[in-house]
Design a protein around this ligand. Sequence first.
Ligand code: ADP
Ligand code: MG
Length: 357
Amino acid sequence: MKKVISAMLAAVLLTTAFTACSSSSSSTKEKSSNDLYQRTELKMDTTIDLRAMGPKARTAVDEAMNRLDEIDQEASTNNEKGDVWKINNAAGKDYVKVGPDTLKMIKTAVQYSKLSGGAFDISVGPLIKLWGIGTEAARVPSDMEIKAVLPLVGYDKISINEKDSSVKLEKAGMSIDLGGIAKGFAVDEVIKIYKKYQITDGLINLGGSSIYAVGKNQSGSQWTIGIQHPRLDRNQGLLGKIKLSGEALSTSGDYERYFIKDGKRYHHIIDPHTGYPADTGVMSDTIVIKGDVPDANMIGDLLTTTVFVSGVDKGLKFMESLNGMECAITTTDNKVYASSGMKKRIVDLHPDFKEVE
Ligand code: ADP
Ligand code: MG
């Protein structure tokens, strides 16, 4: 166990050290020891850490990195050659033909928008732009500015023509943002590549917020994953740890991208109904989904965003309506609300937090 944790810490340190010197010319870190092949790289606006064991580990990881680039290009709001940019650029005008990845993400997003009563909604693009959180343009917009863009938000104004794989945003000025679903989708795609190369042990970690553990770690034990403490840097402490094998883990939090103005935290998860960063007392939430649930990582990714926006009561109720998933939510009063299955799984809970029975 000790060995597992120190291996994990080493990985965290490696990632941290790597992030700190990301401005250096090389953005790739490669490590190969024993049977394990590992690549750590900056992509999709985050640190990607792919590990695999077995004879085809290198091939699988390298191919997976290329696949991630492909998804990033398609889903980016800034890439003029990508599907999302084209859809946004044609808002209020035309249908845009898109590739199967984009179509799948948009279809799934709209499906879960309906299920969640609009808590998850990729058409928050105009609000993301207005707040600029995580960019140099970040600021608190006026109520009037927010009210002015709210009519441009609404998943019911996203039209999908499945037959010819095309998408149209019905109003000029609308835009979609796949930031709450693309990483999870990408993990599911990496799993397909791992399967193709018979990788039975490995770890797929997209920025700590979308993680899938394949089989066992180097010591032959289940992977032990640290869950981010919402108010501490990773090297200062964790919320807790969880052992994973053949499962998807997703976390959303108000600490990922935010700024503080007049003592108030403004973060990157937007309530599509109000136009403001979701303010339900949630600091973070973590969902574990069994790997045999179809698209487990994509669903996990969008669900943590959904639960964050929905708040504890609605969020837990919503999670109960779905099968094969466990959820834990941390709140601003330092409590952890967990589904029954999740309670037993989080170990070494940080003393800052108290679990609600
Ligand atoms: P992370 O990117 O840190 O994993 P999330 O999975 O919670 O975080 O996704 C947050 C991102 O999702 C935001 O940066 C934004 O791009 C997008 N987003 C914000 N609010 C919503 C929302 N209500 N519905 C869908 N997507 C959202
Ligand atoms: Mg998410």
